[in-house]
Design a protein around this ligand. Sequence first.
Ligand SMILES: [Zn+2]
Length: 127
Amino acid sequence: MSWSKSQLQKSARSAHAEIRKSRGATRGASKISRAAVTQGGRDHMIRWYLERARPWLAQRVERYRRRIGVEPTGLSVQELGYRSGSCSKAGCLNFHWRTILLPPGLIEYVVVHALVHLIEPHHTPAF
Ligand SMILES: [Zn+2]
């Protein structure tokens, strides 16, 4: 999926609006610390990536699960620490929100890797 120019402009406008809001907040309320504003900005960016990563990953999962012949029970995008992706015992695929920052070919590798774990849970030669 590639982004249209209008989608990119809309995202840029909303990001600028958020920056203006946070600047206003720092001027208006001196009690808000710089650290709190920085954390708020980080949280906002993570939410932004989470929202965009989910449909992008879901589309890839759908494409490759058919080719591999597996049926994941769910898909979640979250903070996964050092892992880019994981597969629960119940068959739910989990992806780190940062996955979306990788080049598309690597994201597809992460998706296929997680899907193959539905067949073989461990990194054995069979995997
Ligand atoms: Zn693995």
